[in-house]
Design a protein around this ligand. Structure first.
Ligand SMILES: [Zn+2]
Length: 294
């Protein structure tokens, strides 16, 4: 008979698989029921704050025996989960792995082996392995999208930053190497107006996370940009102070502005004043004067 864990292991990453099995063993799958449709199940999984619903066919009953070699494809075609990971199109999530573990358990396949396997490993090393795999996945995805953004002429949205940077943003301390690599990569794109234009698009987007690691990148690269673009970065930096986001780097940013040459402050001041004439943001030039000690 089919092993659900074996099937699902072929269509998901090792990290997701390990995490699903572990969460299942930790009892995070809390309920199940049959759906009205024959041979369909619904599973409920919990995390700290949310609960997710997996809908999955009881494959070994729903699939003709002569199609068993297509079990992965069949599962992938119809299974679903309400979690963000699945909904955003990353594919099979850990909740689906949990449902598969439960199906194997119910139909008593392989789970005993899995339990032993997990118990044998030191739990920390399992967790480390899971984290490293996830970290690598997130980083690779980010750099792939960034590369595509910087090297193609088609107009792409920056949603990849929000999507892939979510984890990076939460665990910024764990991503020191990531930020080093990113800074070096971005540096190689500077000093040409056209390519810098693309990099500039990333400035506000990343600063608006409010995290210090992103700020330091632009702060460190600032003088590598051509002067015209330096000005654009200053405007982005100023705008982010007004976006109502809590900025970890607010003190650093303010002393950066205070330390600017007077003629640069004048340029920003005039720009903001002209901006007000377009009715975009009243009085920001006044606030800027106080903020930058102008
Ligand atoms: Zn899920």
């Amino acid at each position: 008979m089919l092993s659900y864990l074996q099937i699902v292991s072929k269509i998901t990453s090792q990290g997701i698989y390990d995490r699903g099995v572990r969460d299942y063993l930790e009892g995070k799958l809390v309920s199940k029921k049959d759906l009205i449709l024959d041979n369909w199940r619904e599973y409920e999984c919990v995390s700290k704050r949310d609960r997710y619903i997996v809908k999955i066919p009881v494959l070994h009953l729903a699939l003709s025996p002569y199609k068993e070699d297509q079990a992965e494809k069949a599962l992938q075609e119809v299974v679903s989960c309400t979690c963000e990971y699945y909904q955003e199109g990353y594919g099979i999530c850990k909740h689906i792995v949990m449902a598969c573990a439960d199906l194997d358990n119910e139909f008593s396949i392989k789970l005993q082996q899995q339990k032993e396997k997990v118990a044998k490993k030191d739990l920390d090393s399992v967790l480390d392995g899971i984290f490293v795999a996830e970290k690598t996945r997130v980083q690779n995805e980010f750099f792939t999208e960034l590369d595509r953004f910087l090297n193609t002429s088609s107009y792409l949205t920056l949603s990849f930053i929000d999507k892939a940077a979510k984890n990076i943003n939460i665990k910024q301390d764990e991503y020191t190497d990531f930020f080093k690599k990113l800074e070096a990569l971005l540096k190689s794109y500077l000093r040409s107006y056209e390519t810098e234009k693309k990099v500039i698009k990333l400035v506000y987007q990343t600063l608006s996370y409010g995290r210090i690691s992103w700020y330091l990148i632009w702060h460190n690269l600032f003088t590598d940009f051509i002067p015209k673009n330096q000005f654009k970065i200053l405007i982005s930096m100023w705008q982010v102070t007004r976006a109502g986001i809590k900025l970890e780097y607010s003190d650093l940013l303010q002393s950066f502005f205070v330390g600017l040459e007077t003629d640069i402050k004048t340029e920003i001041f005039e720009y903001l004043k002209a901006d007000e004439n377009n009715f975009r943001d009243e009085k920001q030039w006044v606030e800027f004067s106080f903020y930058a000690d102008y």
